[in-house]
Design a protein around this ligand. Structure first.
Ligand SMILES: [Zn+2]
Length: 402
């Protein structure tokens, strides 16, 4: 349950929802609430009405996605774990799966190891570095003033994944890897058998079967992961319509590098670039149109890629680098995805000056007058762009179609 702000996963930006990962360093939220186990923390920039709107949306969308996880755990010192005990759990897990008709989904069986270092964080960090591939997904957690090193054991616990002899060998290898460093308590082995149900009653009904093999049991309410994408899509659209598109432009939200730096203001960037261009006697449409014209010719020829020198288009040389995915416009326009999936480099053959940028910039400049923030690696500086592209075009340029 998300009781503390630190339990709530944040989406970088001003408004942070979801339970799970640790909070990013965006300062204290104005309010943290829980909607059916779904964390939601509000920044100070939201009004009361806006918070109410967000909560209404969450309440109406979280309910249908509720599910119940039955968890059975076995915890004992790693040295005491026996193959008989593991086999007992595997057999029951297999039996549940084979029987079917139990109303549950996604039965999973995992094992972890916990190394306790007391207050010796340094020792835990040292151990973290030296552990080999038998223990993966490892991390250090602080629990009641104690420093614990937790890792997943790469042991094929499911019956269909490995024989008892194989599991035994894996355990021996894991024990060897963990070694006998100085721990505050013997390394613990934790096996977890878990299963998802749509109804709490169905999870409770299965509980005795987990209990019968000596597992500690509990039923936890969860929200299906799918709700996340629904909420994120709604949140993004809401940010645009409520005039907060800036939040979508920060690094790590729609793109890793971001359209704006952490502290840059969209209004300032737009204003400054507009006046730079105006002073040159160039419009955003001129810049976008010129890039579009040159790049389109290169796209049409499809001759060569970036590494091979590119295409000569009039007085320019153009190189394109295509990517697998595509970048969406932060205003969420239904834009042409083809232009969001490549970067270009236009070289003025006469001066040797080069202009690099993403294909999406044509849309951003033409529709939004946006050249990206000064801290963005994808920024196309308007003054430099005009210089490379030969803008404004003279009467003779137009006449000679240069
Ligand atoms: Zn757009």
């Amino acid at each position: 349950m998300a009781t503390y702000p630190s339990d709530i996963e944040e989406i970088p930006g001003f408004m942070d929802w979801f339970v799970g990962e640790p909070a990013a360093s965006r300062g204290e939220p104005a309010e943290s609430v829980e909607v059916h186990g779904f964390g939601c923390s509000f920044s100070r920039s939201l009004t009361e009405e806006e918070r109410a709107e967000v909560l209404d949306f969450l309440r109406s969308h979280v309910d249908p996605y509720k599910e119940y996880r039955l968890i059975g755990t076995l915890s004992l010192p790693l040295a005491e774990i026996s193959m008989e005990r593991i086999d007992e759990i595997r057999t029951v897990a297999r039996g549940i799966e084979v029987a079917g008709g139990h109303g549950g989904r996604w039965l999973s069986l995992e094992s972890r190891v916990i190394l306790c270092f007391g207050t010796r964080r340094e020792a835990a960090e040292k151990k973290l570095e030296t552990l080999g591939p038998r223990v993966y997904g490892r991390r250090i957690v602080d629990s009641d003033g104690e420093c614990l090193l937790i890792g997943q054991l790469q042991i094929p616990l499911r019956e269909d994944l490995g024989t008892s002899a194989e599991v035994e060998r894996y355990i021996a290898l894991a024990r060897k890897e963990i070694g006998d460093d100085e721990f505050e308590a013997p390394p613990r082995f934790l096996a977890e058998l878990s299963m998802l149900f749509d109804e709490r009653a169905a999870a409770e009904a299965m509980r005795p079967r987990f209990g019968a093999i000596g597992l500690g049991t509990k039923v936890v309410e969860e929200i299906h992961k799918m709700v996340r994408s629904t909420v994120v899509a709604w949140q993004q659209a809401w940010l645009v319509t409520s005039g907060r598109v800036e939040e979508l432009m920060r690094p790590g939200v729609l793109s890793t590098a971001g359209f704006l730096g952490e502290a840059e203001r969209l209004g300032d960037v737009l204003k400054e670039d507009a006046s730079t261009l105006a002073a040159l006697g160039v419009t955003p449409a001129d810049v976008a149109g010129r890039i579009r014209e040159i790049v389109r010719a290169a796209l049409g020829s499809r001759k060569r890629e970036w590494e091979e020198g590119g295409d000569v288009i009039g007085r320019f040389r153009v190189r394109l680098r295509h990517w697998g995915g595509y970048q969406r416009c932060p205003w969420l326009c239904t834009s042409n995805t083809a232009w969001g999936s490549f970067d270009f480099m236009i070289e003025n053959r006469r001066t040797g000056a080069k202009l690099e940028g993403p294909g999406l910039i044509v849309h951003l400049i033409a529709e939004h007058g946006f050249f990206e923030g000064k801290e963005s690696p994808y920024r196309v500086d308007p003054r430099h762009a005009a210089e490379v592209l030969g803008l404004p075009r003279t009467f003779w340029d137009r006449l000679l179609r240069r």
